[in-house]
Design a protein around this ligand. Sequence first.
Ligand code: FAD
Length: 311
Amino acid sequence: MIQTASKAFFSTVAGSSSLKTLASRYGMRGPRSFARRFIAGETIDEAIAAARIIEASGLQQTLDLLGESVATMAEADAATRAYLEVLEKIAVSGVGRNVSLKLTQLGLTIDRATCVDNLRRILDVAQRHEFFVRIDMENSPFTQMTLDVFETMWQQGYRNVGVVLQSCLSRSVADAKRMNELGARVRIVKGAYKEPRAVAYQEKAQVDAAFLVITKLLLAGGTYPAIATHDPAMIAAARAFAKQHGIAHDRFEFQMLYGIRRDLQAALSSEGYNVRVYIPFGREWFPYFMRRLGERPANIGFVMRGILSER
Ligand SMILES: Cc1cc2nc3c(=O)[nH]c(=O)nc-3n(C[C@H](O)[C@H](O)[C@H](O)COP(=O)(O)OP(=O)(O)OC[C@H]3O[C@@H](n4cnc5c(N)ncnc54)[C@H](O)[C@@H]3O)c2cc1C
């Protein structure tokens, strides 16, 4: 219940442009500024530097150029070109070739056909350089559209692309079965957005129970699923299920966010599991940052300490 209220509060704050301006002034200013706990930096070079450190410790990574809900075609085009540049830089750098992106960043809210074209431009370059591209899942008004765009690309033969399903949505069990049928790669998450009762479970216990149902479906019948959570109970259940059904460590991966539960990331990796860290970077970090605060209000403590120590 507290978590639901906290998500609602922080999603409102995330829309505040004056707070965004204020936070942007301080959050990334120095090497120890408060937003750097969760965001690798504002530039691709900083993100690649973070990826190298992650990989040196035996983990894998996916890089996410932050941005969402662009308002014009020109912005969607600029975001697409920025992604193409990011792919080229990653390819040259030698770090792992895996990125995550959001469709509203590519114009989904403005014109779906343009968004599909933009995504295709990215997938073509990604294919040439052997990248895997994960389409992040946004809030529920975009669920169906996102899955439709994904299936369009899938039917056109793209296989270097995968989706995300959120266990908070009651539809996701059926979506997981559909993705298993296709043979598509799914990342399962609990869901970062405040969602209405009509489409989403409101109690943490329900979201957790659905997470386990979907995780088991994906482990048993999916294609290299990504189990993306920091919750030790979810991780323990996934491990037990895999062991019980003889599912080898290389048939799935765990994923966690940059800066969160680094101890757990290292422990799983040292036990031989594949662990991928989601590394966000870019100038548009404020909404992502607010979602992380909403998940764990205790994070506000270190943010406040960070702000005060910088003044
Ligand atoms: C790799 C990855 C990709 C994701 N992609 C998407 C996506 O595309 N769409 C989407 O809606 N959501 C996405 N999420 C976010 C996800 O939906 C959850 O909001 C988030 O992971 C928190 O849920 P949890 O599973 O960790 O469990 P929770 O029950 O929320 O947390 C379990 C424990 O994890 C730790 N923890 C969790 N969050 C934080 C935090 N912010 N700061 C510090 N500690 C924390 C705490 O110890 C907490 O007790 C992604 C998450 C990951 C790991």
